[in-house]
Design a protein around this ligand. Sequence first.
Ligand code: GLU
Length: 298
Amino acid sequence: MPYVGRFAPSPTGLLHAGSLVAALASWLDARAHGGRWLVRMEDVDTPRCVPGASQAILHQLTACGLHPDEPPAYQSQRGTLYQAALDRLIAQGQAFPCGCTRQDIALAWGEQGQARARHGELIYPGTCRDGLRGKPARAWRLRAEPGLLHWHDRRLGPQQQDVAQAVGDFVLKRADGLWAYQMAVVVDDAAQGITHVVRGQDLADNTARQIMLQRALGLPTPVYLHTPLVLGANGEKLSKQNGAQALDLSDPMSALNKAAQVLGLPQSAPQSRVQEALMAWCDMRQSGDQGGAIQRAG
Ligand code: GLU
């Protein structure tokens, strides 16, 4: 089976130690499988994007020896593809317009609201499923059919989620007219022929929604692997939001060694050059665990 992998950063800031783990893992996995590796700039959420960050990220990847096999794709230029997918879902009766504000959703749950929140976001109560009842359309949502969805993660093992229960009908196009992450990622993974998704564990929870959307659009489901997270001093996931430092490009080998350690790979000799270290890690992956996990959980 041909292998096509990808790294899909959001240019809302520079790469840090946590994002390098995902970048290195996806690059190594693609190389160890003799596959191709693409970079996709997930710049759909334009208000959160930082000017110049896409170029700076590409520069960081180059400094770390992680070269993509094709020029990067930019989601901000791919709206026509997302619209075609939405049109198809509307025609199939699987997407519906929603007129609810956040406040409407909170009111619909009333007292139960607290119990129905997940990651700070309220589960959609299904208010506009059967029509807008005179409200203007704000967003578009996918009709989430109830039932457990099962999949296998190469590192985390068997996974399951009932999307209807856990999230509800989720947003495909936002009230501000921007495309939702789920829509853009599913359409692009298929359009770019991605066979293997390797990304941070913080994104694992999105997988069921993405598989549901792939099925609704008749698209193939890639193989998933979610990499361990790097925690900051406060024990929380290292992120741009909690002030993670951008990678120090004066010493890419040290940054790569730290990322490799998180992935359970041995340290590379301090004097070794970036490209040699990357190839050594690839060889190790090839001779060791062929198809599977970079490192098992636990
Ligand atoms: N753009 C997402 C992020 O930077 C990653 C999306 C993905 O890999 O599916 O968190």
